[in-house]
Design a protein around this ligand. Structure first.
Ligand SMILES: Cc1cc2nc3c(=O)[nH]c(=O)nc-3n(C[C@H](O)[C@H](O)[C@H](O)COP(=O)(O)OP(=O)(O)OC[C@H]3O[C@@H](n4cnc5c(N)ncnc54)[C@H](O)[C@@H]3O)c2cc1C
Length: 507
């Protein structure tokens, strides 16, 4: 080391995890167990953990994945519900925080608003704002060697609502599921839900018993399939094999099942369509117009399938409390919604289950040496890092199966990179994309929020390790077993000298 090198004190943390949702909590576990010597903190802009599972408060809020795959690989899901409601998921996450003793590692009411990587001292400089309304504290700076973005994929402040003509003339209440009023009274009211996705099919059966009538109004139908809320085979496995082994078996079975269903749908779309149609026709009342209301124009799994636990949605349609209307909205008016075909849906409450606004990295402004990173021109490396961006992990999970299956594998890979760096004395790593590499969109998913937000997403390559697939089997090779020194990652040692700590600087 030459004496002309600049000096720098140690960064505040080895890793800053942004977000205390399921991804951030999972990442903290991997760091605690694989790298107990590393210092880390979780900065969370809200008042509590759980992210998605705490934010949404609408009736019936639940997963549509089974929890054997949505739960952490390291923490058995032991509840009887395999499709679980939000309070159970939150309990599980609180337990995970306690198991790993993470309470002191999480700081709430801290939003990371900007992150600047500095080549001079090879670390991130984060600008962190206080979000507690009572706080007058100015934004502070936190430095970290690594930035782990566990911020989810959508804007927490505002859901997506298109501008409906005439909506101001509606005399009732308009509610977006992302901003559910806790005191919403829908007892004996006529409710129309606009939308046909996972949220709409959850809300409809949850609210139907209390409303006068509830209608799900959709422009185009989604594929809907019944799934058991409690899986009898999984429960038996847990009973016979115990929590650990039973969970492992259930998780493996679920992964295979999800993969088989997805591949069947992709390879044999017309057969898949027929099977789903048959299941729906059998569950719906005699004479129900399945082809209008349950027959989407796209192939199964071009968009996420909607799961309905124990067929609850069909039950409410059968007993007459709920119905489906398919058609385009002409206008909202004082008493409800008029459709293009002249029908009118009377409503006291309209719920706009119209989706999310895609948002990357929790709206953090990312820069390198003060220069903005143009995210759409970056390419994802192993679906975990971005080309040209040092020491940055993005926790973007699967969209066609449980999000978290990917996050676990990604954390394993991250921990192996850290070990490789420690062993070789590196402090910095960035993926370097080959010049003129062919690229394509990061997500090949047809969902509305993805189409609306495509322009803000990074790209992916067409060959490994630049591909971001939605396949667990691929990512077991790519992440769990994938190289950490494949020549595409540029590692660097510190090019500054560590500042000497003043004697007695730390207790
Ligand atoms: C209603 C609903 C149901 C879903 N059901 C499923 C399902 O069944 N299966 C499935 O696989 N996926 C499902 N998803 C997708 C789901 O969001 C993810 O699977 C998973 O919960 C994401 O976890 P996460 O921790 O990555 O992100 P989130 O749960 O979104 O948590 C992100 C956290 O980061 C914090 N944060 C964001 N930006 C900042 C910042 N700048 N500074 C500090 N903190 C920040 C947020 O406050 C939040 O706490 C669902 C999504 C929704 C909306």
């Amino acid at each position: 080391m030459t004496t002309s090198q600049p000096t720098a004190a140690a960064p505040d943390f080895d890793v800053v995890i942004v977000g205390a949702g399921i991804s951030g909590i999972g990442a903290a576990h991997y760091l605690r167990t694989e790298h107990p010597e590393k210092s880390f903190t979780i900065l969370e802009s809200r008042h509590t953990i759980g992210g998605t599972w705490d934010l949404f408060k609408y009736p019936g809020i639940r997963s549509d994945s089974d929890l054997y795959t949505f739960g952490f690989e390291f923490k058995p899901w032991t509840d009887d519900q395999s499709i679980a409601d939000a309070p159970r998921i939150l309990d599980y996450l609180h337990e995970a925080v306690a198991d790993d003793d993470l309470h002191d590692a999480i700081t709430f009411h801290r939003r990371v608003i900007a992150a600047d990587w500095s080549d001079a001292d090879q670390r991130w400089h984060l600008t962190v704002a206080h979000t507690d309304k009572t706080s007058r504290a100015k934004p502070e700076t936190v430095t970290a060697r690594w930035l782990f973005s566990g911020t989810g994929y959508y804007n927490y402040d505002e859901g997506y609502t298109p501008d409906f003509p005439g909506q101001d003339s509606f005399k009732g209440q308009i509610v977006h599921p992302q901003h559910w009023p806790e005191d919403l009274d829908y007892q004996d009211k006529r409710v129309v839900i606009v939308g046909s996705g996972a949220t709409a099919v959850t809300l409809m059966p949850a609210m139907a018993p209390d409303t006068e009538h509830i209608t799900m109004l959709q422009r185009t139908p989604s594929y809907i399939i019944p799934v058991p809320r409690e899986d009898p085979i999984a429960k038996r496995a847990m009973r016979l094999l115990g929590d650990e082994r039973g969970f492992r078996l259930n998780r493996a079975r679920s992964i295979l099942q999800q993969r088989a269903i997805y591949q069947f749908c992709q390879r044999f779309p017309s057969a898949a369509r027929k099977v789903i149609r048959k299941i729906n026709a059998m569950a719906l009342p005699e004479g129900f117009d399945v082809d209008t209301h349950f027959n989407p124009p796209y192939d199964p799994w071009d968009q996420r399938l909607c799961a309905v636990p124990d067929g609850d949605l069909y039950k409410e349609i059968r007993n007459g409390d709920a119905s489906v209307a398919t058609g385009a909205i002409k206008t909202f008016d004082a008493t409800g919604i008029e459709l293009e075909d002249g029908r009118h849906l009377d409503a006291d409450i309209i719920i706009t289950a119209t989706g999310l606004n895609l948002q990357l990295f929790g709206a953090m402004t990312l820069t390198i040496n003060g220069e903005p990173i143009d995210i759409p021109s970056t390419v994802a490396y192993r679906g975990a890092m971005l080309s040209g961006v040092p020491n940055f992990i993005m926790a973007v999970g699967y969209t066609n199966s449980s999000w978290t299956l990917k996050i676990g594998l990604l954390c394993e890979w991250f921990c192996r990179v850290l070990s490789h760096m420690d062993k070789n004395g590196y402090v910095e790593v960035r993926p370097v994309a080959p010049r003129d590499m062919e690229t394509r969109p990061l997500l090949d998913f047809d969902a509305g929020y993805v189409k609306r937000g495509m322009h803000i997403l990074p790209r992916q390559g067409t060959k490994d390790p630049w591909k971001t697939t939605m396949s667990v089997a691929h990512d077991v090779k790519n992440l769990r077993k994938g190289a950490v020194d494949d020549g595409l990652l540029r590692y660097e040692k510190a090019h500054y000298e560590k500042a000497k700590e003043p004697v007695g600087a730390h207790a």
